[in-house]
Design a protein around this ligand. Structure first.
Ligand SMILES: [Zn+2]
Ligand SMILES: [Zn+2]
Length: 832
């Protein structure tokens, strides 16, 4: 047979533009296809996992290198995903390699720099390993951590990644990303027949007749094992100890007896950590209220002709029940559902509710998961549909944060973006700097799926799109159970201070309300916005404040560790004994962070149990959930927190919500600050009042007449929207104009200024008055890099695509100039 010389265009997970062509070794001709991962050398000596985009027979101009090895037998990335990646790269002005890097879980893209180590939790039998695998495992016993690039020396082998991959798949080793968050595989005991019984069926008859007489219970267990495993019918199903004992009704002692006699053996196997208990329960039906039913009908009707629906439902209106109905309808047509949330760590409640209805069909995917968990969901989604393998976990509903967009969906029918207004949908660093909601809408379009955006406080952009007809709008204005919206009272802090009605940062009215709530055995949420309001030190004499060495910000005081910490780079410093400027020794605390709130409330209400939820108390993996559960179960009386307490939580006994200072949200210099302040206050207020009882909200402010506060008091979203949209139009902001921010970074301030000025000039020649800046941002130095921003405001017409092309041409041109040397240029499309 004639051998064809084939070439493959591959994508590398690197910020380099374009694809690279490699020669396919003849023996791989049959195994190669788009979507399969291969190992290639790139640069002088480095190896990477690359993804094949195209296979062809056109030799490139320069002699290509050979593909080193193939990692997959079938594609792990689908054509529709590749289209999605391409769109992301084009829209958000980054390389397809950067998108690939964000899209694939770490375990699917090993490279020379990746480091591997033994999985500390793996203790199973190594006898199943082949010689090469054993050599590597032994090397890891001695050296602890080894870079992938070193493995070839150890194995005396060029093509090492397949060996590494096989060990990762077996759970024997882990990649370095896991070392900071050690993965504990969930091991479960399984049982199987020992030889010779497993090999010679005729021996079993004799065995049974012996057991029948002496050990009836053991005989039952053995019979059950044969039945469950399908013994004698070819391929055997594995039998877990749990299932065996449950189905046979036998006890541990009888089972141990069988093991002791050498009839059964126990072995351990990794099991899916996603198989929930609820999987066995039947699907519960949901009773919808009349209003919910009407709303659901309206959504269904809109979906007949429209692809995107914005569901504007006030807090506690029961949006989740509607989602569940729509999910049910979608999966019953054999289609997949993606349910996106801004911060999945905070949404155990929704996870539990979905699991209650859909059991093990719900997969969860987000970046806090370690790579084993992520790869497991990835493969499950990949093997959906007609090619679902027998016995494989089937996730046709995926609940996830924005990274779930990258899963290999084949047949999406519905995409739900809950809390669509939330700014955490935006990815900041690294590229692609995409907006999860906007990208989700495009993904839905690629699949011909319907998209539902849900919020009690929609983003101004989405509501504008709904009013202007781009999306359909469905409104749900009644709270579930006809619960009234909370009564909001505003305290004028200026006045309270004047007449001496303040205790520290609490007005006496607010303290009285807390007191009354606690005496009724009800719960309180206290919201303190983090921004610019945490504890800082200041010299009494000269007002010197300790600042970070590497960033242009003051350090924040943390009581627990009794140190100062930079919230941008993590720099930690001791508390100075005297002021370095004036040598004064009176250094005092300024500001009022959540930790301080918690402490002072503890003094005022010594009998109350107070808990705090902010970035500092929720660093470890399940800490959010613990805090929320304790509060839910009534173990805590007062919950003090930052933005986190506003997100997606429903509590049954909260009747008072306090917003300690509304002004620091409103005074933030950003065109979205008024909208954000409204959203935060309305969302946190919505936590108050449940079970037929109207809740109460107290807002403290120096500016109680502020329009946004008035809108919160009146629960008037529309008024907020109208005022904001008028301002957006007047000052040329989204949704009327598109923003592209170009961030420049350099270690040297002068060089940065020169570069920024030159780039701004080049941009003005093309874009004229659409260019603003360069300007230093609020924090103008982070980790020793100075930062300057240039902002482009682009009208919706003419074509944005054309404008972006022109912009990229200028950026490429600029990078050739001497002024651009060592400058990092970071375009951010639709910055938040
Ligand atoms: Zn001083
Ligand atoms: Zn810093």
């Amino acid at each position: 047979m004639e051998r064809i010389t084939l070439f493959a265009d591959v994508l590398l997970p690197l910020p380099v533009s374009g694809t690279f062509t490699y020669r396919v070794p003849f023996e791989m001709n049959d195994q190669i296809s788009p979507g399969i991962r291969v190992v290639v050398q790139f640069g002088s000596r480095k190896i990477y996992t690359a993804l094949i985009l195209k296979v062809h027979d056109q030799p490139p101009e320069r002699t290509p290198k050979y593909i080193l090895s193939i990692l997959d037998q079938e594609p792990v990335v689908r054509p529709v995903q590749m289209n999605f990646w391409k769109w992301l790269a084009d829209y958000y002005l980054c390389t397809a390699g950067e998108v690939m890097n964000a899209a694939l879980p770490a375990a699917l893209k090993l490279a020379s720099e990746s480091k591997i180590a033994l999985n500390p939790a793996f203790n199973s039998d190594l006898s199943v390993l082949n010689e090469r695998q054993v050599i590597l495992v032994e090397a890891l016993h001695h050296r602890k951590v080894i870079a992938v690039s070193e493995v070839s020396k150890i194995l005396e082998l060029q093509k090492t990644i397949p060996v590494i991959k096989s060990l990762i798949d077996l759970g024997v080793i882990v990649s370095d990303e896991e070392l900071t968050d050690p993965y504990k595989p969930k091991l479960e005991p399984f049982l199987r027949l020992c030889p010779p019984y497993s090999e010679q069926e005729d021996l079993l008859t004799g065995l049974f007749s012996r057991l029948e007489k002496s050990a009836r219970k053991q005989s039952d267990i053995l019979m059950t094992l044969l039945r469950i495993s399908g013994f004698g019918a070819g391929s055997l199903k594995e039998v877990s100890q749990k299932e065996l004992l449950k189905q046979s009704g036998g006890g541990q002692t009888s089972l141990d007896g069988l093991i002791g006699k050498g009839i059964l053996e126990r072995y351990h196997r990794m099991v899916s950590r996603f198989a929930p208990e609820a999987a066995e329960k039947p699907v519960e039906s949901i009773e919808l209220s009349e209003v919910q039913e009407k709303t659901l009908d309206a959504i269904r009707t809109e979906f007949k002709t429209r692809d995107v629906v914005l569901l504007h439902g006030v807090t506690s209106s029961g949006k989740t029940e509607l989602y569940i109905k729509l999910i049910q309808e979608t999966i019953s047509q054999g289609k997949q559902v993606l349910f996106m949330l801004p911060e999945i760590a905070l949404t155990a409640q929704i996870i539990n509710r979905l699991r209650k209805y859909f059991g093990a069909r719900v997969g969860i995917y987000h970046s806090r998961f370690n790579h084993h968990e992520r790869v497991e969901v990835w493969h499950s989604v990949l093997h959906q549909g007609p090619e679902t393998r027998p016995g494989e976990q089937r996730y046709d509903i995926v609940l996830g944060a924005r990274s779930a967009l990258f899963l290999p969906f084949s047949n999406l029918g519905l995409v739900i973006v809950d809390e669509e207004h939330d700014s955490s949908f935006k990815q900041y660093d690294p590229a692609p700097r995409y907006h999860g909601r906007d990208a989700a809408l495009y993904l839905a379009r690629l699949h011909g799926a319907k998209a539902l955006l849900g919020s009690a406080t929609p983003s101004v952009e989405s509501y504008f799109n709904a009013l202007s007809g781009k999306y359909a709008l469905v409104e749900l204005t009644e709270r579930y159970g006809k619960l009234e919206l909370p009564a909001v009272q505003v305290i004028n802090l200026k006045e309270a201070q004047r007449i001496g009605m303040m205790k520290s940062h609490f007005s006496t009215v607010l303290l009285e309300e807390i007191e009354a709530t606690l005496s009724r055995k009800e719960q309180v949420i206290i919201f303190q916005n983090r921004r610019g309001f945490s504890l800082r030190l200041e010299c009494d004499l000269c007002h010197w404040m300790p600042a970070c060495k590497f960033c242009d910000v003051t350090l924040v005081y943390h009581k627990k560790i009794n140190q100062l910490r930079c919230h941008y780079c993590g720099y930690v410093s001791k508390i100075p004994e005297q002021c370095p400027d004036c040598h004064g020794t009176n250094i005092r605390m300024r500001g009022f962070g959540t930790e301080k709130v918690e402490e002072e409330l503890g003094v005022i209400f010594p009998d109350a149990v107070i808990s705090r939820m902010d970035l500092d108390t929720t660093r470890s993996k399940n800490s959010h959930q613990k805090i929320i559960e304790d509060f839910q179960e009534g173990k805590v009386d007062i919950l003090v927190g930052t933005q986190m307490v506003t997100k997606g939580l429903d509590f049954d006994h909260v009747s008072l919500v306090c917003i300690l200072n509304a002004d620091n949200m409103l005074n933030y210099p950003d065109f979205r600050s008024a909208e954000r302040a409204y959203q935060l206050m309305a969302q946190v207020s919505g936590r108050s009042g449940r079970k037929g009882k109207q809740g109460k909200v107290v807002i403290q402010s120096y500016n109680p007449e502020h329009m946004i506060i008035r809108d919160v008091v009146n629960h008037n979203y529309l008024a907020m929207f109208r005022q904001q949209i008028a301002e957006r139009q007047k000052f040329r902001y989204p949704p009327y104009y598109r923003l592209i921010q170009i961030k420049l970074k350099h270690r040297d301030a002068d060089a940065l200024n020169r570069a920024a000025d030159e780039l701004a000039m080049m941009l003005r020649q093309q874009f004229g008055k659409r260019v603003l800046g360069p300007e230093f941002p609020m924090v103008s130095r982070i980790m020793n890099y100075y930062i300057k921003n240039i902002l482009l405001k682009i009208e919706r017409e003419p074509s944005l695509v054309m404008m972006k092309e022109k912009l990229m041409t200028i950026l490429v041109e600029f990078q050739k100039r001497p002024a651009a040397r060592s400058v990092r240029i970071i375009p951010d499309v639709d910055p938040q």
